[in-house]
Unconditional design. Structure first.
Length: 305
């Protein structure tokens, strides 16, 4: 019995020691993006709960900086790497560096470019084929299938930008009396969206709906309209993410539609997957976190999410 107890105690100590030594390196595309801040905070919370170390780096929208982060993480021999890619077109190179070093890699929020992920590489996020479709269909319902639509796109190299925009375009194409009259990038940023909306207003672009690839751009559009003395409530305005700032604008009546993307679910899921693979356990190559449509009828359900 004493020998069994000693063996069990030694095993527990070894397991605890292995977990304590687990270090996850995380490279985020931006620290100053509201949605990604929520993802990052959820990662910190889950890492603390699991008793693992986590190290964050801010790529500040720079692909070269992000590549340097991965090189540094591999040199440090971290247990696993999590990447929120600046540009999904850069993921093959990022994947190559991590896999060459034999370090498990988890992409979060922005799906890597590769259709088939190599062994040891995983993705935690939401299916972007769904988000744009949900957003577009809700806009079409509010417009009764008629109207001029402007589309604010995210970063042009990002897969989410392409898929969300395509989802909206496919819906609009089903309605002969709906038309996309402008479609330009505002890089997922509020300030860029303010500038873009100002340009459209100065140019005299006629619009019935503003459809943005994320909430930050939708909020930027609302702010620009207000600064120009125009009432955003007279337009149908839609975004994606269901951030707290967006829900406040919905409460005010300025934002009509958003699509809940579970930042906390993605952040926690990324850490859980990273810890699993760091310990040599099996994990799904793709971990999908579902989108949910948010309107003025149900937004209160999401205020505390």
């Amino acid at each position: 019995m004493k020998r069994l107890i000693m063996v069990f105690t030694a095993s527990v100590i070894m397991m605890s020691s292995a977990m304590a030594e687990t270090t996850i390196g995380v490279s985020m595309a931006y620290f100053d993006d509201l949605f990604l801040t929520n993802v990052r905070e959820a990662m910190m919370e889950r890492a603390k709960e699991l008793g693992v170390k986590i190290q964050f780096e801010d790529a500040q929208g720079d692909i070269v900086k992000q590549l340097n982060h991965i090189q540094n993480f591999t040199a440090q021999k971290v247990s696993a790497i999590i990447i929120n890619p600046v540009d999904t077109a850069s993921t093959p190179n990022l994947t190559k560096f991590a896999t060459a070093a034999g370090i498990p890699l988890v992409y979060v929020n922005r799906k890597p470019q590769e259709e088939t992920l190599p062994k040891g590489v995983h993705y935690v996020g939401s299916d972007e084929n769904v988000s744009g479709k949900l957003e577009g269909e809700a806009v079409a319902r509010l417009l009764n299938g008629k109207g001029k639509v402007v589309v604010m796109m995210g970063e042009l190299g990002d897969a989410a930008t392409r898929l969300r925009t395509e989802g909206v375009e496919k819906v609009v194409a089903q309605y002969p009396d709906m038309k996309i009259v402008e479609k330009q990038a505002a890089k997922f940023q509020r300030i860029d969206a303010i500038n873009l909306m100002n340009n459209w207003l100065v140019s005299g672009v006629e619009m019935d709906a503003v459809v943005a690839n994320n909430d930050e751009m939708a909020i930027g559009a609302i702010m620009a309209l207000q600064q120009a003395g125009k009432d955003p409530k007279k337009l149908v305005i839609a975004g994606i993410d269901a951030t707290q700032d967006a829900l406040i604008e919905m409460q005010k009546g300025n934002l009509d539609i958003t699509v809940f993307q579970d930042a906390r679910g993605q952040g926690k899921g990324a850490v859980e997957t990273a810890v699993k693979v760091a310990k040599g356990e099996k994990a799904d190559a793709f971990v999908w976190i579902p989108f949910e449509l948010v309107t003025k009828d149900n937004y209160k359900e999401f205020l505390k999410k």
